[in-house]
Design a protein around this ligand. Sequence first.
Ligand SMILES: Cc1cc2nc3c(=O)[nH]c(=O)nc-3n(C[C@H](O)[C@H](O)[C@H](O)COP(=O)(O)OP(=O)(O)OC[C@H]3O[C@@H](n4cnc5c(N)ncnc54)[C@H](O)[C@@H]3O)c2cc1C
Length: 446
Amino acid sequence: MAAISSSFLSFSSPYLHRQTTDTKLTQYYQTKPPKTTKLTIASLGSDIRKEEVVIVGAGIAGLSTAVSLHRLGVRSVVLEQAESLRTGGTSLTLFKNGWKVLDTMGVGDELRSQYLEIQGMVIKTEAGRELRSFTFKEVDQTQEVRAVERRTLLETLAKQLPVDSICFSSKLARIERHKDGETLLELVNGTRISSKVVIGCDGIRSSVAKWMGFSEPNYVGYCAFRGLADYPDGQPFGQRVNYIYGQGIRAGYVPVSPTKVYWFVCFNSPSPGPKITDPIVLKKQAKQLIKKWPSDELQNIVDATPDDTIIRTPLVDRWLWPGFSPPASLGGAVLVGDAWHPMTPNLGQGACCALEDAVVLVQKLAPALEAGPMAIEDALRSYQNERWPRIFPMTVRANVVGAVLQLENPVVCAVRDNVLVPKLIRLGPMLEHTNFEFEPLQQTRV
Ligand SMILES: Cc1cc2nc3c(=O)[nH]c(=O)nc-3n(C[C@H](O)[C@H](O)[C@H](O)COP(=O)(O)OP(=O)(O)OC[C@H]3O[C@@H](n4cnc5c(N)ncnc54)[C@H](O)[C@@H]3O)c2cc1C
């Protein structure tokens, strides 16, 4: 348990987190309010604004939690550090578990109408030899795979919320548990909020998770370039995922919509390396990695990528070891999505799991809100107990799959490419993790 003893109103010590030896962390928590901030929450001077539910972060986890609460008639406030929803970025592949949750939130069909259903997958070696191909429905008639643009997913979720539910330019600076059971939040702009429930949806570098005692996520030894190629006159690819397995490098591309194609290149790197944002450099580096591959197809897809959709990300995860990892909740504060369980993208499940988290949490939390702090804490513990057995194995599995796919040794790669992938892997068990049952949300508000 994180015991916070300093006064919430005192600025004399770095108090967001009990471990304050990290210089960067200390600097972060002592950040002064920016001179110009667009405030959408009124700054209340010495007053503390009271809220029932505050969500930190307007990513997929935060917005899907807010929409689920809204569907059950519960108002929440979403604090987002950025000035707007994330507009750049690429796409996410969502499997049937993700789509089921989007359906219960009432946004599935709106998104489906914009994105292609991916029928299957083909896996090739870097030399272009086909190792395996299959269709998803061969194995599971109920499977649904589509890639959606992150921007559109966020906008579609945000549209479901009452006006002013999302407070932009509202970066959480510190958090403290109050003796009345509420959680106190202070934003970088000085706004103070006391809330019965705080839901930390602030992603892999979550401040809320740090305060709860979670360690930084671990770098797994490889990075990914990603982009969203644009074909205004129509993209020429069939509706399947294309994977290319090399030695220490793998790549892929996925048709997203009639005009957009998502691609990635993952490469081994002993360290995460410097942050690079120049799209020309990023494109050059991505193309360099695959330049010896005989087919030009992926090079051409990289060339067709607008500058604002190309990024390079060091990949990380955090394993929630039983007995070692802190609980997912502390008093009335709880974690959802990457803030709790960052996982590598090898199963395409990070966002799907954030969506699952949201609906499970909200089903338990909404009825407990009226019943008081004990019932809320019980609901948050019950959420953790239900989600942990799903999340922990998924995180480990995603990591192991990534490790196999990033192999560099030519002999081991030959075994992978000639035995493991073509002969041993069965698609059914490979996609079993996309089975997910839950109680649909009773839509009391639309
Ligand atoms: C290369 C790659 C490919 C992926 N592909 C897939 C895929 O195909 N399918 C899939 O399901 N998943 C995929 N994922 C995983 C997916 O992107 C994440 O799981 C998902 O984005 C998590 O959403 P989130 O809302 O928890 O976190 P985020 O999307 O990181 O959102 C966190 C939000 O909190 C805000 N925030 C942070 N700190 C503060 C603060 N102090 N105060 C206020 N706001 C704050 C941030 O600005 C941000 O808006 C992929 C991930 C990577 C890296």
